[in-house]
Design a protein around this ligand. Structure first.
Ligand SMILES: O=c1nc[nH]c2c1ncn2[C@H]1C[C@H](O)[C@@H](COP(=O)(O)OP(=O)(O)OP(=O)(O)O)O1
Ligand SMILES: [Mg+2]
Length: 197
């Protein structure tokens, strides 16, 4: 495979995928780089797998080339798994990272630090025309901070302290985040598939 489209409009995700594919010699483009008229995709499924497949398949149908999609989110134990599959629109649409962070912190105000366990999940769907869809899943364990800190990364990074650290993902460099993130764990599995394609 020489070229892949990442079916995302999220700049933060696109940058993380490009950093990875740069090292493999596969050219990676996100939907932010593609000029074609592409359909708006409504994420109507109730699972990460469902939405990842939906995003990859719709774009692959139009472009006819290999497409990788990422559906990801934050799972907070004390919130019964919320925001989960609805992470991007937790505080409503259009997506607003700061409003989402504020909503999580607000709902967790009364929860003590030892009960603030959480994890990020990343489900990747790789669609290669005329072949079966491949799924890979990665996790990053950690906890929700009491206050937001840091400006790197995107999404919920400013309130997520990865296990074994005392600072948030948004206080780590992109290189450090990419060593431990749910996305890089999922990509590590994908790499094994890519070697055989
Ligand atoms: O590494 C991460 N660091 C912080 N937050 C993250 C991360 N990974 C996912 N998240 C959050 C962002 C968004 O609130 C939701 C993903 O939603 P999700 O629909 O998969 O992505 P999206 O709508 O931003 O872009 P797109 O669908 O075009 O790929 O989880
Ligand atoms: Mg989305």
């Amino acid at each position: 495979m020489k070229k892949i489209i990442i079916a995302t409009k999220n700049k933060g995700k696109a940058a993380e995928f490009k950093a990875f594919f740069n090292k493999t010699g596969i050219e990676a483009y996100s939907l932010l780089d593609v000029n074609n008229q592409l359909p708006e995709i409504e994420e109507t499924e109730k699972t990460f797998e469902g939405n990842a497949a939906l995003k990859a398949e719709k774009i692959a149908d139009v472009l006819g080339v290999p497409v990788l999609a990422d559906d990801s989110g934050l799972i907070v134990d004390a919130l019964n798994g919320e925001p989960g599959v609805y992470s991007a629109r937790y505080a409503g649409e259009p997506t607003n990272d700061q409003a989402n962070i504020d909503k999580v912190l607000e709902k967790m105000q009364a929860i003590s630090q030892e009960k603030r366990t959480a994890r990020f999940i990343c489900v990747l769907a790789l669609v290669i025309p005329d072949s079966e869809t491949i799924f890979c899943t990665g996790y990053c364990e950690g906890e929700i901070s009491s206050e937001q800190a840091g400006t790197n990364g995107f999404g919920y990074d400013p309130i997520f302290i990865p296990a074994g650290y005392s600072i948030t993902l948004a206080q780590l460099s992109s290189k450090e985040k990419n060593k431990i993130s749910h996305r890089s764990n999922a990509i590590a599995q994908l790499e094994k598939w890519l070697q055989n394609i």
